[in-house]
Ligand binder design. Structure first.
Ligand code: XBP
Ligand code: MG
Length: 267
């Protein structure tokens, strides 16, 4: 099967965004005078819940509160999250959050080779727009055939729904696509949707269970920022992940497919 599309997660994968998210959450909590402040350690644990609204609700769920107070706070979640999104998207729109090493290069290589690009993210749509436009320019969104994100699906990662939605809009089977992720939740979602997945963890997700990843790297690397110990440690051809090596790795060897097909044909 030949690869036809690359599907990117956003937060942590395309850019290391979670410190900006954490800061935006804390600014929103201040604005609502809640007395909450998420430390880096708090946030690393809270990131196990995907989706900002769901993360705030999970935090409220673990506080010692009266039933009435808990209900009052739950009702505030959409407003708190909207304020957080205003803070976050403004910071990103100002260009404060650059793409990770290798992302811009991989996008360009894929487009030049005639592959289609897609997004499958848990984050809010306005955040995706801000990040793509600040890093790729006003036409940045046009590089992507499909942008599946945020509340377009009810069940967020690790559920496969957002990846299945992206595949449906691409009108491609999973084995014609490759996913890029940074977290255990994201990897589980992509693998459950049948996708071969490259994982590039960040500080917020390193040390998680990435056993089902097709390839695990610190980042995609670039000629200007080669990966230490490559080629040889994990990569075969260069000190950065090239589109050629990526697609060779994601496509099982033809012989293997042929033998398997023969086996399935013969009774
Ligand atoms: C990561 C998430 C998001 C962000 C915060 O999304 O789980 O919730 O942490 O963004 P992904 P929102 O890795 O799938 O891109 O507050 O907009 O949810
Ligand atoms: Mg992510």
């Amino acid at each position: 099967m030949s690869i036809e599309a690359l599907i990117f997660d956003v937060d942590g994968t395309m850019a290391d965004t979670e410190e900006a998210h954490r800061t935006a959450f804390n600014l929103a909590f201040e604005r609502f005078r809640l007395g909450w402040k998420w430390s880096r350690d708090d946030y690393r644990l809270l990131l196990r819940t995907t989706g900002g609204k769901e993360r705030i609700a999970a935090y409220i769920g673990q506080l010692e509160l009266t039933r009435a107070e808990r209900r009052r706070l739950y009702e505030l979640v959409p407003g708190i999250h909207a304020e957080k999104t205003r803070f976050y998207s403004a910071v990103v729109a100002d260009g404060a959050v650059p793409f990770r090493d290798g992302i811009a290069r991989m996008l360009d290589e894929a487009i030049s080779a005639g592959y289609r690009l897609a997004i499958a993210s848990t984050t809010t749509a306005v955040n995706v727009d801000a990040l793509l436009q600040s890093n790729l320019g006003t036409h940045g969104l046009e590089m992507f055939s499909v942008i599946a994100c945020g509340d377009q699906v009810r069940a967020k990662k690790p559920a496969p729904d957002i990846y299945r939605l992206a595949l449906r809009h691409l009108e491609l089977p999973a084995d014609r696509c490759i996913a890029f992720e940074d977290s255990a939740n994201g990897l589980r979602a992509a693998v459950a949707a049948g996708l071969w997945t490259v994982v590039t963890p960040t500080f917020w997700t390193e040390g998680s269970d990435f056993a089902s990843a097709g390839l695990l790297l610190p980042n995609l690397g670039d000629p200007g920022s080669p990966l230490r110990g490559e080629p040889g440690n994990r990569l075969r051809s260069s000190a950065w992940l090239t589109l050629d090596e990526l697609t060779q790795r994601a496509t099982p060897p033809l012989a293997h497919c042929a033998v398997r097909a023969l086996y399935q044909v013969s009774p």
